[in-house]
Ligand binder design. Sequence first.
Ligand code: UDP
Ligand code: MN
Length: 454
Amino acid sequence: MRSLVVYCFFYASLTFGVWTALLLAYFHHSHVSSQHKQAQEPSSVLSPGRKGSQQVLDITEPMLDPRERWLDRDRPKRRSILPPMRNTNFNFSNPEHLDELSKYGFNAIVSRRLGGLREVPDTRDKTCYHKVYPVQVLTASVIICFHNEEFNALLRTVSSVLYLTPPYFLQEIILVDDKSEFADLQGKLEYHMEVLQRNIKLVRNKQREGLIRSRMIGAQHATGDVLVFLDSHCEVNQVWLEPLMAVIAENHHAVVCPSIDVIDAMTLEYRASPPARGAFDWGLRFRWDTVFSYEMDGPDGPNPIRSPAMAGGIFAIYKQYFYEIGQYDKGMELWGGENVEISLRIWLCGGQLLVIPCSRVGHVSKQHLETDPAIRKAMLRNSLRVAHVWLDEYKDNFFLQNPAWRRVPHGDLSERLALRRRLRCRPFRWYLDTLFPDLEAFMDGERDEREPSP
Ligand code: UDP
Ligand code: MN
C-alpha cells in the first residue's frame, strides 16, 4: 500500500513538473516572438507600433523643442483618441454647416476636432521601411501658400512638417498668405507660429497674387538648397522628405513629387492611394493615370515613376534649377494650368519629373474651387498660355475642345516664348512620342465647361 502511495506521488510530481516546464517554455517563446515582431514593425514617430490609428495630439500645451520630439521618436506622446471617423458631425440640412463647407471646401467641424496635430497611418509600402538614404548636406525650405484656409488644417500642415522632418534638412518653413480675409489667419496665426519656436517665416501679400505668383514670392524668401512646395491642407507622412532629397542630391535636374494620399473632405480620414503618375487630356485638364506594379517594382522596393505631369501643389525642386528653368509663368492668374506648364517645361527642357512612391503626403481634396467664376476664368487664361507656348502644331487639338477659346485673350507671351528658345527646349512632338504617347488617344474629351469668353 505504501509503495502504491509513493508510486502515485512520484508520477503526480513528474506530470506536474512536465506541465510546468511546458508552460514556461510557451511563455518564453511568445515573449521573444512579440519582441521580434515589434522590431520588424515600423516605428511610428508619435506612437510606435500602432498602425492605422488616427490620434489627436494637443499642441496647445507648452511646446518642447520639436527637435527633441523628433529625436524622441520612439517615445509616444499620446493624448486622446479621435472618435470614430464615421461620425462627421455634419448635417446637410443645416445651412451653417453648408456655408462652412463652401467656405473651406471641406468639413471644418472634424478639422477643428482634430486640432493642430494628429497621427496618421504609415501608408508606405513595407519595402520602403528598410531603405537607407544617404546622409547629405542639402537643406530644404518648405513653402506653403494659403488663401482663406481653415486654421487647423494649416496648423496641421506646419506641425506635421515640424514633427516628421529631420531637423538637419529643414532650413525653414515659409508661409505665404495670399491676402486671406479670415480673422483667425491674422494675429492668432502669428501667435501660434511663435509658440512653435522654429524658423517659420510668414510673408503677407499686399494684394491677392494667386497661387502661382505666391509660390514665386515664397521662393524669393528661401535660403535652403531645395524648395519643397506644399498646399495648406496637407499632412506629411513618415520619412517623407528623405526619399525626395536623396533623388535631388543625385540629380539636380530631377523634380520630385511624393505619392499623394487622400484626406477625405468630409471625414478627414487619411487613406493610402496607390502610386499614380500625372497626366492630362487635350483640354489640359489634369488627371491621374494608373501605374502597374510591374512598372515600378525593383529589387530594393518601388522605383521612381516617370510622370508626364505633376498634380500641382506638392513637389520638391533644387532651388537653382527652379530659377534656371524659369520658375513659373508670372502672367498666369490665381490658380490652374501652372502644373501642366511646369511639367512640360521640365521634360522638354532637359529635366525629369518623377513620383517617388516611398515618400507620402496626404492632401485634402477640396470640392469647391472650379465652381468659382474667377477661378474658371483664370484656368482658361492659364491653359491658353500653356497651349500657345508649348503645344506647337498640336494646339489645334486643344482648340477642338472649344473653338470659342481662340478668341479669348491670354496676355503677352513673348517672355515665355523667349525662355523656351533660350533653354533650347525640344518640340512637343518629342514629349508625345517619348513620354506620353497615350495623349494621342484622348482626342474626344467631354465638352469643356470653362468660360469661352473673358
Ligand atoms: N492658393 C493661394 N492663392 C490663390 C488660390 C490658392 O495661395 O489664389 C493656395 C491654397 O490656399 C492652397 C494652394 O494654393 O494652399 C493650392 O490651392 P488648392 O488647394 O485650392 O488647389 P488644389 O489642391 O485643388 O490644386
Ligand atoms: Mn489643395
